[in-house]
Design a protein around this ligand. Sequence first.
Ligand code: AMP
Length: 484
Amino acid sequence: MRHETPFDDDKLHEECGVFGVFGHPDAAALTALGLHALQHRGQEAAGIVSQDGKQFMSERRLGLVGDNFSREDVIRRLAGERAIGHTRYSTTGDTILRNVQPLFADLAEGGFAVAHNGNLTNAQALRHELVKRGSIFQSTSDTETIVHLIATSGFGRLTDRMIHALKQVEGAYSLVALTPDAMIGVRDPLGVRPLSLGKLENAWILASETCALDIIGADFVRDLDPGEMVVIRETGVETLRPFPAQSHRFCIFEYVYFARPDSYMEGSSVYEARKRIGMELARESHADADIVIPVPDSGTPAAIGYASEAGIPFELGIIRNHYVGRTFIEPTDNIRHLGVKLKHNANRALLEGKRVILVDDSIVRGTTSVKIVNMVREAGATEVHMRIASPPTTHSCFYGVDTPERSKLLASRMSVADMAKHIGVDSLAFISIDGLYRAMREPGRNSQQPQYCDACFTGDYPTTLTDHEDEATGNQLSLLTESV
Ligand code: AMP
């Protein structure tokens, strides 16, 4: 087994979902259900920490939520009316249990558990300083940096120490934390990752996405504002806005791919947004064809929008096997290839002799597109026109969406024309960045002050990238870094 040190150069990019319940007798069971609804945000590991007014209990497991948190004895061990949970995916070869969240620490004020969605961009720099000053890290996760900053902060109350710690970090974070008397939710000042507040009877709920409120029948109360911290106690909810105001930069890729289509984000239905992206795409890049088919499931809402706008029939030309996880989540290139074959099959009866418009949400490495186009041609399609419901993915994400390093992104290496040849299509078009913004009901992208974080499409990163400057520009890494 590979020896892992805190400064190993293997990167841990995380995709995550967070969830919390305060004030319900079935807090842990509800958290398990909430995490199940957030499973698409991370499939490698999951954890729940509960609190019964006296002590904290923790269960952290590798694998899916349903496989680990559906047993009664596990849930029974997680006693108490308060619980937080986390579901996680990281690209590192060996996921280690000590990285699985929620992280837990015994601080001077008592126990502190925290679950983090997002990535910090200066965690390594901070970590070097903390280690020099004597901090002993237990995990390789950037989230632990926050815990150490809180532990070593000289400020009084735990919330003040947490604020002091968060003022030192850069990057993206939506956090759900549990302290001896409170559940805390906080979003970074840019609001890159989502976090919603809900209510179930007398209990308060925090969730990455509203689909996780739906699964337990909770009411949506509101999204936390960027830079907002809510402190939920038995006495009620206190709202703090401790950070200097900044213009918001919510992740536009949540709408394109990452979030579940039945969620609402920042007041917009993800499904409706995807349909509008497809409609905009049809307006921008028409093709004469007999049918519009999606790459399921990620391309489906955009393909519906495309078909309705173009007036071309929408058909299911590719059938997806739902018993295979997301292909992208597979750890090696070989398995990823195999995964695509396992996951999709062409609907021959439909495709034979047809001119096809194939719609997908994004091209990352290009592996999926090559396989799918080949499959559609082998099934008898006479022309294949590929339409992508996002601009070319040219840059890596350092804020919590797993993207490979820049050199592996097809669009960072090739022009659209070369990509079309590589994928084997008759034509290829991506939605323009302004088209994407129009689909989000903006007049276009404001280049002086972009309304979203769109760094994966533009390279315009909204924070400094202390730990990643070389990667962002595509240069060789000079430092050993491990981003989580
Ligand atoms: P690729 O084969 O690398 O081009 O992968 C593209 C496919 O992966 C698209 O069809 C997307 O639906 C999906 N995808 C895009 N970004 C991600 C991500 N960050 N995590 C998992 N899947 C993704």
